[in-house]
Write a protein that binds this ligand. Structure first.
Ligand SMILES: [Zn+2]
Length: 111
């Protein structure tokens, strides 16, 4: 489970998802229910945390602006952004990221 959490956190970094949203995702993995407002603003596989969902619904920001320092070279809304997509797996950034995480975390990630 710890290993899985580490991979999820690192994947969140790769996609530029804020730490709070990644934490919210981890709570959902552990069984916490997703709020309707979160689902309302979710797109392209990214479900922001409740705080960010509020901001988006109030018009203070947009989903794209919640994403910062994205390492992934494929745009957020592309349907190619999936670890199951061959083109995605072949992207240089993804391969770099995979190598970096495996070295830093001393793990092997099988996808
Ligand atoms: Zn958030």
């Amino acid at each position: 489970m710890e290993r899985q959490k580490t991979i999820i956190k690192r994947q969140g970094e790769f996609f530029g998802y804020p730490k709070c949203c990644v934490k919210a995702f981890l709570r959902r993995v552990s069984g916490k229910k997703t709020k309707d407002k979160q689902l309302q603003v979710a797109r392209a596989g990214f479900i922001p945390c409740a705080k960010h969902a509020d901001k988006i619904l109030k018009g203070e920001t947009i989903l794209e602006n919640v994403i910062e320092n994205r390492m992934c070279s494929i745009p957020f809304t592309s349907n190619k952004v999936s670890i199951y997509n061959i083109e995605f797996k072949k992207s240089e950034r993804f391969k770099e990221w995979l190598k970096m995480v495996e070295e830093e975390e001393k793990i092997v990630i099988k996808l």
